[in-house]
Design a protein around this ligand. Structure first.
Ligand code: PEP
Ligand code: MN
Length: 340
């Protein structure tokens, strides 16, 4: 249930309500918006909810108590009706400015990472991506440079000033990867790795949670709830396509999910049209569609020479095609009152 407090409540009021909830053994999640302060109380059993709601309503500082029937609570829209933003090194995700994340699928060498970082930065990217630990369906494909790749990533961050994002696959690596990266990415294959989700919930750095390739929107939001329930509220969702019967594209980018998630959750959302299509020639158009539908930004793969890429070359943009993508995004962003 969520307890909506009256405007201009004091810290003492919040402490008073929290104490009542804590005495009942409930988990407390505080959301202090500009207008409203909301306390999420997690763990009440159905039988005690009505009585607890009545009890809380007698407090002057409580405006109303609303039950949340959804299986996710802290990430539900009702908990933060005005939406959440995540800010990392001066870049805000979920605000009026779109966030463009760009870089290679996989870090292959210093030269390719740095040249890509410089190019995308010069053409308007806000966050540099690059995989050092690569999940692969095949045990025989390249699995990334590991920690050596992370060192290159932080070198690129130091040189360009762009925050960086990279995937973490193993719960045992979370702390180490967090030592190099500004945002942790949870890949599609790990969306239901609950050990990893819990571990990420324990750190206090932003995380981008990709949708599982066979997960419903509700399962995806429950995965986000795993992270939020442990106190890490800096969550960004990423729609990256789901598997359907279609084989022309690598996945089917789920445009529906964008306005649906915006309705259901307050979390910012990034679209990944690269994995969503698997074809570089479709990436720009789908990116524009995603922005028109309300995405807070896009993540794309960029490679100096996609035909030589060790992974995901077919969906990677060349430097000139990245420049075109950026040009194409601007008018669409403007049409939905955003900027790039
Ligand atoms: C990636 O971003 O390179 C990646 C592996 O993405 P996903 O987990 O969506 O396949
Ligand atoms: Mn990739």
């Amino acid at each position: 249930m969520i307890v909506i407090l009256r405007q201009n409540v004091s810290d003492a009021d919040i402490a008073e309500v929290s104490a009542v909830l804590e005495a009942r053994g409930l988990g407390i999640h505080l959301s202090r918006g500009v207008e409203t302060t909301i306390i999420g109380a997690i763990g009440a059993v159905d039988e005690e909810k009505a009585e607890l709601a009545n009890q809380l309503s007698t407090l002057d500082c409580v405006d109303r108590v609303v039950p949340i029937s959804k299986p996710y609570k802290v990430v539900a829209r009702a908990f933060r009706p005005e939406g959440t933003t995540v800010t990392v090194r001066g870049v805000t995700i979920g605000g009026p400015q779109l966030c463009v994340m760009a870089g290679p699928c996989t870090i292959e060498s210093e030269e390719m990472l740095l040249s890509t970082a410089r190019f995308v930065k010069a053409h308007g990217a806000n966050v540099l991506r690059g995989g050092a630990f690569k999940p692969s369906t095949s045990p025989y494909s390249f699995h990334g440079m590991g920690e050596a790749g992370l060192r290159l990533l932080s070198q690129a961050r130091d040189e360009t000033g762009m925050p960086v994002i990279t995937e973490v696959m193993d719960p045992r690596d979370v702390e180490m990867v967090a030592g190099y990266s500004d945002i942790l990415q949870i890949g599609t294959r790990n969306m239901t790795n609950f050990t990893l989700l819990r571990e990420i919930g324990n750190v206090r750095i932003p995380v981008m949670l990709k949708r599982g390739w066979a997960s419903t929107i509700e399962e995806w939001l429950q995965a986000a709830e795993y992270i939020a329930s442990r106190g890490n509220y800096q969550i960004i969702l990423c729609e990256r396509g789901i598997r359907t019967f279609e084989t022309y594209t690598r996945n089917t980018f789920d445009l529906n999910a964008i306005p649906a998630v915006k309705e259901l959750s307050h979390l910012p959302l990034i679209a990944d049209p690269a994995h969503g299509t698997g074809r570089w020639s479709l990436v720009s158009a789908v990116a524009r569609g995603a922005v028109a539908a309300g995405a807070d930004g896009v993540m794309v793969e960029v490679h100096p020479t996609p035909h030589c890429a060790l992974k995901d070359g077919a969906q990677s943009l060349t430097f000139p095609s990245f420049e075109k993508l950026m040009q194409g995004l601007r008018p669409v962003a403007e049409a939905v009152s955003r900027s790039v």
